[in-house]
Design a protein around this ligand. Structure first.
Ligand code: SF4
Ligand code: SF4
Length: 350
């Protein structure tokens, strides 16, 4: 049976970036030697054509920092010309007046920017580039002045833990929603230093349940209502390794032309310089749908798996195999389960 074709593509057009966030999973590839390996402009266009042929509608341009690609404007225009609904991720510090005017001339569907802090010291500590918070604020001002469709997201981590409330106030002061996220991945080359910046499992649980920032308002607990049901506490009914949306409708393409099923997964992966998108997609779907947990692996029968953010890519780097449990995520998932079942004994702790 033929696999359904992808409708969404995330194209990491370059791993170049003008800053070096401490938690960044692509930063090891932001070097002149690695950048030389990246796809040529014409190869990007050829892949655009294949994606359009395959029926892709949604195109996310990202990086690295996509805007610093020397031919970013042409790439953006070519994506638009092909009829894709284009969204763009940026760190905001690169949005000059010229770039803001360019984007305003044919706006993206959404422009997503990361806010790491509400003060120079915290923001610049995370980006490791002095002056980046000022440039970020200027970029945000330019985006808003042109009415571009802005979304701001925040990676909650050790460095900004104490000023999450200030960040929330800053973002809400712009009339936007505060979107904290706590998942920090190993770097794509397997380096685990990025994970040193994670919040502790208990802190993540508090943040998820709204008590970390503001116990009264519970403004940071978007999942709380969902969490109130014990339907979350049951072992999986199947043994599939990929329990997420991988292999259903989206592809991720890196700057070297390698296609994967998600941003963080490094396997399975297929090179679009050696095969068509159609055959890469079919192989990808086949491998993902056939990847199974062994019966004896704790994740296979885990009663809190629906509360767990572990994925096979991080398990390889952090625990030595795609199937292995990752201690940090066990801590978060069981912590959430404990909060949900206060006083109940329905969760068996391993
Ligand atoms: S802005 Fe994005 S790509 Fe650049 S260093 Fe930060 S996390 Fe990495
Ligand atoms: S990593 Fe831990 S919490 Fe997550 S599914 Fe595996 S055993 Fe369960």
């Amino acid at each position: 049976m033929m696999s359904p074709l992808p409708t969404r593509a995330q194209f990491e057009i370059t791993y170049r970036c003008n800053i070096h966030c401490v938690h960044c999973y692509t930063d090891p590839f932001n070097t002149p030697g690695q950048v030389r390996r990246e796809l040529a402009f014409e190869e990007i266009l050829r892949i655009f054509d294949e994606l359009r042929e395959a029926g892709v509608l949604w195109m996310l341009l990202t990086g690295g920092e996509a805007v610093v690609h020397p031919r970013f404007k042409e790439i953006y225009r070519e994506a638009k010309t092909r009829g894709f609904i284009v969204s763009l991720f940026s760190n905001g510090t690169t949005i000059t007046d010229d770039m803001a005017d360019f984007l305003a001339s044919d706006p993206p569907f959404q422009l997503e920017v990361s806010c790491h802090g509400a003060t120079n010291s915290v923001f610049d500590q995370i980006t490791q580039i002095p002056g980046s918070f000022l440039r970020f604020q200027e970029g945000i001002r330019r985006i808003l002045a042109r009415g571009l469709p802005l979304k701001i997201k925040t990676k909650a981590m050790k460095e900004n833990r104490h000023e999450l409330m200030k960040i929330k106030e800053f973002i809400e002061g712009l009339g936007l929603d505060f979107n904290p996220n706590t998942t920090i991945q190993p770097r794509l080359n397997g380096d685990l230093s990025s994970t040193d910046h994670r919040l502790l499992p208990d802190e993540i649980v508090e943040l998820e349940f709204g008590n970390f920032l503001d116990a009264e308002e519970k403004a940071c607990s978007p999942k709380e209502e969902k969490h109130s049901s014990e339907t979350f506490l049951q072992p999986p009914s199947h043994d599939r390794l990929f329990r997420c949306g991988c292999g259903t409708n989206a592809v991720v393409i890196n700057p070297y032309g390698v296609v994967r099923s998600c941003t963080f997964t490094t396997r399975p992966a297929f090179d679009l310089k050696e095969m068509t998108l159609q055959s890469a997609w079919e192989k990808l779907v086949h491998e993902i749908r056939n990847a199974r947990y062994a019966p004896e692996v704790p994740c296979r029968v885990c009663p809190v798996y629906l509360l767990c953010g572990k994925n096979p890519a991080m398990a390889v780097h952090e625990a030595g195999s795609v199937q292995a449990p990752v201690e940090h995520f066990c801590g978060v998932a069981y912590g959430k389960a404990e909060r949900l079942t206060k006083g109940s004994s329905s969760v068996v702790y391993s």
